[in-house]
Design a protein around this ligand. Structure first.
Ligand SMILES: [Zn+2]
Length: 59
């Protein structure tokens, strides 16, 4: 089970997005990013892989 694109605007998760904030974790980095549609995403970056952990609604 994985979602690889924004369900609101269809932007692929691989696209770079503006980083709202980021935090180092034990295994990598957790980033909050804002999609072009306004949806806030929580992304975990671990050894070069990006996993979207959660998404907010646009606007
Ligand atoms: Zn989006």
């Amino acid at each position: 089970m994985s979602v690889d694109a924004c369900p609101f605007c269809g932007l692929p998760d691989g696209e770079p997005l503006p980083v709202v904030s980021q935090h180092a974790t034990g295994s990598g980095v957790t980033m909050w990013t804002r999609c072009r549609c306004g949806s806030l995403q929580v992304r975990a970056v671990d050894q070069g892989r990006v996993v979207v952990l959660s998404r907010g609604r646009p606007g």
